[in-house]
Design a protein around this ligand. Structure first.
Ligand SMILES: *[C@@H]1O[C@H](CO)[C@@H](O)[C@H](O)[C@H]1NC(C)=O
Ligand SMILES: *[C@@H]1O[C@H](CO)[C@@H](O)[C@H](O)[C@H]1NC(C)=O
Ligand SMILES: *[C@@H]1O[C@H](CO)[C@@H](O)[C@H](O)[C@H]1NC(C)=O
Length: 459
């Protein structure tokens, strides 16, 4: 969907490809842990002292981080591992609920065409909620919306881990002054995302987090290009070395913060990357190979700082068959689904499905076209021997019958999972409704529940 965001931060050159965490682990015996490095957490055996100007701060039971002392985070000093369980600044402690936080152990991994968790098949089924961390919700409201999602039988929520701004306001994750970005680590920034993670954990859900946006909603790629390069050419996001470096620095800070957090299921390189962005202009040289090269580079970068989490692209799943008469199969947007799925540091494939927006609803119907789209991606899944999920889908007319057809295709095709666009809750006021939103009292909600049960039964 068109709602997205992106963010970034500049600290290191591309040559400093290893995270602070890796550095910290490699230097246990001497120097203090550098800024953003891990300094504590369950089973952590490394150095717990932070470099001057930073404070070892509790983020979750598995992860304490050296955070600059100037942040407004109300950090707690951690002098030894024994203080782990007595921390007073747990991100979950700000929740309004006194219910015990479910223990989430183990990271979601892949095995052939399946996701696995602690040795068992993990069924990835759920909903999109780009907004849960962007609306300035209290932790109670975050938790209520995620509880509505969990009650649909969901195991996974997809959300945005970005919001680029040039004039700070509300919740944002990175602000820009000229060509210099600064990650917001305070209460309206990453600490707010800590609350999203805690609320997801409290509701037994795993998160798929997109780290930037093709679209201009919530900033996105075009902010990087404009601020750093001064151009309106969207595709410079994939090629300008300074932009790439800036995006990697953002990733380093954001991903580095959650390396040991099992509530995160996967990182996504971008929501719906395409050659052409909101500016509509390109350099004229962008092709599928441009974006595949970028995917190869960025996915490997994430793996270099975070070996725990899965990585996916977040693209729409367009095929690259130049003579195919159907637009989503033609590669004209700069995406070659099969080539991108073959990249070794991409763990699973992502597919979106919007027959109305793509001009396919009469080809011959949204339901039939979508079922074929699902089957074709299930074929890619088998050929690549990696899971593929239908991670966004929607129609605005004939929802119940169309979704029934698509759910049936997901189950029968063997596709690894699906996430509907999009979740909704009555939070007073209601969460955003873009015409696709399914609230708990929507007629389609029980259909989603039945599908989640059917997919779990299939395994
Ligand atoms: C911590 O280590 C123990 C013993 O090695 C292990 O059983 C446990 O799963 C680990 N916990 C985490 C959160 O990694
Ligand atoms: C913008 O990016 C393009 C593509 O990498 C590059 O050729 C150009 O020199 C950049 N311009 C500036 C001002 O950095
Ligand atoms: C990227 O954004 C621009 C405008 O916002 C749009 O024209 C283009 O189709 C978008 N691509 C995708 C994949 O969303």
């Amino acid at each position: 969907m068109t709602v997205g965001v992106s963010f970034r931060y500049i600290l290191s050159s591309p040559s400093t490809a290893h995270s602070d965490i890796a550095v910290a682990l490699a230097t246990l015996s001497h120097a203090a842990v550098p800024t953003w490095g891990q300094c504590g957490g369950i089973n952590y055996t490394g150095d717990t002292s932070c470099v001057a100007g930073t404070v070892c701060t509790y983020l979750n039971d598995w992860y304490y981080q050296c955070i600059p002392a100037t942040t407004t985070v109300a950090p707690s000093s951690v002098s030894s591992q024994s203080s782990v369980s007595s921390s007073s600044t747990s991100i979950s402690s700000s929740s309004s609920s006194n219910a015990p936080i479910p223990v989430q152990t183990g990271f979601v991994k892949t095995s052939g065409q399946k996701f696995v968790l602690n040795g068992n098949t993990f069924t990835a089924v759920g909903e999109n909620s780009y907004w849960v961390g962007l609306m300035g919700y209290t932790t109670a409201k975050m938790s209520q919306s995620l509880s509505d999602i969990a009650a649909a039988g969901s195991t996974v929520v997809r959300t945005w881990g970005f919001n680029e701004v040039t004039a700070p306001n509300g919740i944002y994750y990175q602000s820009w002054s000229g060509s210099t970005p600064t990650v917001n680590t305070g209460a309206t920034g990453l600490q707010n995302f800590d609350n999203v993670v805690a609320a997801a954990k409290a509701n037994g859900l795993r998160l798929i987090v997109a780290l930037t946006n093709n679209w201009s909603d919530y900033g996105g790629m075009d902010v990087y290009v404009k601020q750093i390069n001064g151009s309106a050419n969207h595709d410079y996001f994939y090629t300008d070395p300074n932009v790439i470096s800036a995006y990697k620095n953002y990733i380093r800070t954001f991903v580095g913060r959650y390396v040991n957090e099992p509530t995160i299921m996967a990182w996504e390189l971008a929501n719906e990357p395409r050659c052409k962005g909101s500016t509509g202009t390109t350099s004229g040289t962008c092709a599928t190979t441009t974006i595949t090269k970028w995917i190869t580079d960025i996915s490997a970068y994430i793996k270099s700082i975070d070996a725990n989490h899965l990585v996916a692209v977040g693209d729409e799943g367009f095929f690259n068959e130049l003579t195919n008469p159907s637009y989503p199969y033609q590669g004209t947007e700069g995406i070659d689904f099969n080539a991108n799925l073959a990249v070794s540091t991409v763990d699973f494939g992502t597919v979106h499905l919007y027959p109305e927006g793509w001009g396919q609803s009469a080809n011959p119907s949204s339901a039939a076209w979508g079922s074929q789209w699902i089957d074709d991606h299930a074929t890619s899944q088998k050929n690549a021997n990696k899971p593929v999920i239908l991670e966004e889908f929607g129609v605005t007319s004939g929802q119940a019958a169309t979704y029934q057809a698509w759910f049936s295709s997901v189950v029968s095709s063997g596709l690894a999972g699906d996430l509907i666009w999009q979740a909704g809750s009555h939070l007073n006021p209601d969460t955003p409704n873009d015409g696709y939103t399914i609230y708990p009292d929507s007629p389609v909600y029980p259909e989603i529940q039945q599908h989640a049960a059917a997919l779990k039964a299939r395994g």
